[in-house]
Design a protein around this ligand. Sequence first.
Ligand SMILES: [Fe+2]
Ligand SMILES: [Fe+2]
Length: 273
Amino acid sequence: MKNLFEFAEACLHRPSIDEKLALSHYARHLLLNGALDLAEDRPLLPIASVKFPDKPELLAPRYMPARKLTTTDGVTAFFHAIAHVEFVAIYLAWDIVYRFRGMPKQFYQDWLRVADEEAQHFELIRNHLRTRSIDYGDLPAHSGLWEHAIATADDLLARLAMVPRCMEARGLDVTPAIIEKFKVLGDDDSVAILSRILTDEVGHVESGSYWFKFVCRQKGFEPEAKYRQLITHYFKGGKPKGPFNREMRIIAGFSNAELDWLETHGNENTKYF
Ligand SMILES: [Fe+2]
Ligand SMILES: [Fe+2]
């Protein structure tokens, strides 16, 4: 396999976890060695044909096990939830590559980098889970994350607003406080893994902001107004609730005006995990 869209098709339509991880790393390896073919001559299958593994069982958020970090089972359930976020993030990165054709080469290179990093994040967390004697799939997982991909399958600006610039950006808000809790618990391995992921996630949101502004310019939209419009339309409840990590979000390409807007009239808590 040498073609980016063939890799994307395989990663989205073959449910095997290990194959998905290997293909994500191999495609990035080919890219970094100048051997990846970016020709867009493969057919585009509808988003309904994307396949997930049989396990974990996907359930509504209210059925998730308790994730209190003060109990052993709670920490395990927390990392299982994070493994699932990272697993779906692999699909989200490949789907943005796969579904939105005709963009500059750099667009595909950026989202392939994200797919590979999400695969690395997933492996870090899965290995961490295995040291706790459970595997990804042993607990149920949150069914909500992929719904944003389905809702925005035909609209790249909506996808960029809702996935990197809403759901992934939420990770920048909540992860620093979780890292602090693991520091207090003296859990250095968890601190190291979550810190590594947080650093990469700033880059993912930054790529989201870059391409959001790029497509807005292309289509003649004012980016801040378009962002407000898309979030209001696609986010159930109108707008994510803070507190927001202004410092990291600014690094990741949010404007002060966007953050001011998010901070006023927030009325719905974003379910990130
Ligand atoms: Fe990630
Ligand atoms: Fe990410």
